[in-house]
Design a protein around this ligand. Structure first.
Ligand code: RIB
Length: 303
């Protein structure tokens, strides 16, 4: 098993408007759409579209949305044999507002994702530990993630943690996280530090191997114990940045699983993130391998 994702599946209800409403205000919207999403499922689809072998672990509700979410993963070639249906539970839901400059705001209701627990981790452990790269996020309970990290042997698998949505991670054994990938907002929320360098060094002090900060139009930062480097973004006009971070994580995992250097992997991931930002929706926006390679070639030719 090359890439394993343990995480969330959500149905995204997306409302597009010129701007976010203020409290108590009504604004005229432009469009409403519904897409398969969830940070875990998005990262699995992102990796599969980049031609990796991907297996997904998580839970859906016993509603109609559950089947829809699984279908999207299957259609993208993701193995979903281990996904369980949580009886009496609804599937995860995200209500997403997108403005005309591509910004988004999300309210997330976990539903069946909240039922991912240590017992599920135990039942799936042989498959989880067989991964080359393990992708984790925080839309499933942090207790389940902490439990898994404590049970894992030292590398392999290589563990990439997306600390999103940002929350208290003080109980996570961060010394078992090889790469943590917060965006700028999450980095500040996790560390209460504004500067990328200071904030990242706090995470390194908690034992994380390396910090890769996703910084949108600024690109991405790589911070290790002896290095600090910024990788410029691919210039694009964002339409909807939903899942751009998930595209980045999926691509990072694929490149590292293929044996690329961390520097090349971040460039590959930046390209995937940029392409996801120029299309609407979560899973519908995730680029193929051919598209990412074409963008990388174009950038090389322009050098
Ligand atoms: O990262 C984007 C995802 O976060 C969306 O697909 C939505 O489900 C939210 O949870």
């Amino acid at each position: 098993m090359a890439i394993v994702v343990l995480g969330s599946l959500n149905v995204d209800f997306v409302v597009e408007a010129s701007r976010f409403p203020c409290a108590g205000e009504t604004v005229l919207g432009r469009r409403f759409t519904r897409h398969p999403g969830g940070k875990g499922a998005n990262q699995a689809v992102a990796a599969a579209r980049l031609r990796a072998h991907v297996s997904f672990f998580g839970k859906v509700g016993d509603d109609l949305f559950g089947e829809e979410l699984l279908r999207s993963l299957r259609e993208n070639g993701v193995n979903v044999e281990a996904v369980e249906r949580e009886r009496g539970s609804s599937s995860g839901i995200a209500s997403i507002w997108v403005t005309e400059n591509g910004q988004n705001a999300i309210v997330y209701i976990p539903g069946a994702n909240a039922a991912v627990d240590p017992a599920y981790v135990d039942s799936m452990f042989p498959q989880l530990v067989a991964a080359k790269v393990l992708l984790l996020q925080l839309e499933v309970p942090v207790e389940a993630i902490a439990y898994l990290l404590r049970r894992l042997p030292p590398n392999p698998p290589l563990v990439i943690l997306d600390p999103a949505p940002a929350q208290d991670i003080s109980n996570l054994p961060l010394e078992r996280v090889d790469i943590i990938t917060p965006n700028r907002g999450e980095l500040t929320a996790l560390t209460r530090e504004e500067g990328v360098g200071e904030a990242a060094r706090k995470l390194l002090a908690f034992g994380v191997g390396q910090v890769v900060c996703k910084a949108g139009a600024e690109g991405a930062y790589l911070i290790g114990r002896d290095n600090f480097r910024r990788f410029p973004a691919f210039p694009v006009e964002p339409v909807d940045t939903t899942a751009a971070g998930d595209a980045f994580n999926g691509a990072l995992a694929v490149a590292l699983a293929e044996g690329q250097s961390i520097e090349d992997a971040i460039r590959f991931a930046n390209a995937a993130g940029a392409l996801a930002a120029i299309r609407q929706g979560a899973q519908p926006s995730l680029p193929t391998r051919r598209e990412v390679e074409a963008l990388l070639r174009k950038a090389d030719q322009a050098r």
